[in-house]
Ligand binder design. Structure first.
Ligand code: AMP
Ligand code: ZN
Ligand code: FE
Ligand code: FE
Length: 286
């Protein structure tokens, strides 16, 4: 059984496939359910939902937000994010507007470093989608400014890189309230990225649960089997749900396959079932 994929990106943010093509790929891969979780935008969800209905695939609308919590930064997934909540849309519009300012600063930094790159080229690379650093990397690579997409991040765009510019983000408290108050199931994405030890992570997650966090992304492309086991155990101990996904982006992350991650990822349908049972018990739509 191929399982599900609850963490994916489309051309609505920095993924390579359109929402329709992503849904078709999920169906072709025989997945039992798919969530689309683009960065800071819900703009791909209507198209994906329509395509999923067309091909007969269970679809969960979602999004992924970067948040700060004290000195910690992490990513938060909202599953079953409603597309008709004005408060969410307004907040996401604001985050996208901040991205524009930040992107212009990154372009200026790259130009000051001698690169012949314009913001128009970056916008063209992103198409209709929310502009993100992977679009910069793609243009830099195509124009021969770097030898690989990874080098673009390692030397220029990544945290601490020569053209790094932070993105304005919400606090975890604000993001959990915004998503949670409108019925989304909130998930701490790829917990390995926090780089915390077992006890530190548990302490953080206890605090986030108090702020409304519902679950942990235990199954993830970059998690080792022992990390997955530890996150499953932590979720169980704290009575949190678990989620899982590949973080599929298409060509910009060529090693990650939809549903399969680096090849050995398998997210059981049971995670969707468990989340649905909890949501139904709270009167939330599934
Ligand atoms: P942004 O939303 O513009 O900050 O871009 C975030 C995206 O850039 C992430 O989802 C990753 O796909 C990619 N990214 C960020 N840092 C790195 C890195 N050090 N190496 C490779 N990709 C990265
Ligand atoms: Zn991304
Ligand atoms: Fe992420
Ligand atoms: Fe992601």
């Amino acid at each position: 059984m191929p399982g599900v994929d609850l963490h994916t990106h489309s051309t609505a943010s920095d993924g390579g496939l359109t929402p329709t093509a992503l849904v078709q790929a999920a169906k072709a891969a025989d997945l039992q359910a798919l969530a689309l979780t683009d960065h800071d935008t819900l703009s791909g969800l209507a198209e994906a939902a329509a395509a999923a209905q067309e091909v007969g695939l269970e679809f969960i609308p979602g999004c992924e937000l970067s948040v700060t919590h004290g000195a910690t930064r992490f990513h938060l997934l909202g599953l079953w994010t409603p597309t008709d909540a004005d408060a969410i849309q307004t907040q996401l519009d604001e985050l996208i507007a901040h991205r524009h300012n930040r992107n212009r600063i990154i372009v200026e930094k790259l130009q000051a470093l001698g690169m012949d790159i314009t913001y128009e080229e970056i916008l063209a690379e992103a198409g209709e989608g929310a502009v993100g650093r992977p679009h910069f990397a793609a243009v830099m690579h195509r124009k021969g400014c770097v030898n690989s997409l990874q080098q673009a991040f390692d030397v220029y765009l990544g945290d601490g890189g020569k053209a790094y510019e932070p993105k304005k983000v919400l606090t975890a408290e604000a993001a959990l309230a915004l998503l949670g108050n409108h019925g989304a199931t909130t998930i701490l994405a790829h917990p390995y990225q926090l780089g915390l030890g077992k006890d530190e992570l548990a302490g953080l997650v206890v605090g986030l649960k108090d702020l409304g966090l519902h679950g942990l992304e235990a199954y993830y492309s970059e998690h080792s089997p022992s990390q997955t086991r530890a996150y499953l155990e932590l979720a169980k101990r704290l009575d949190l749900v678990v989620s899982g996904g590949s973080d599929f982006h298409g060509p910009i992350k060529p090693k990650l396959s939809l549903g399969k991650g680096k090849g050995d990822l398998r997210v059981p349908y049971e995670v969707v079932e468990t989340m649905k049972i909890r949501r139904l018990a709270q009167g939330l739509p599934v």
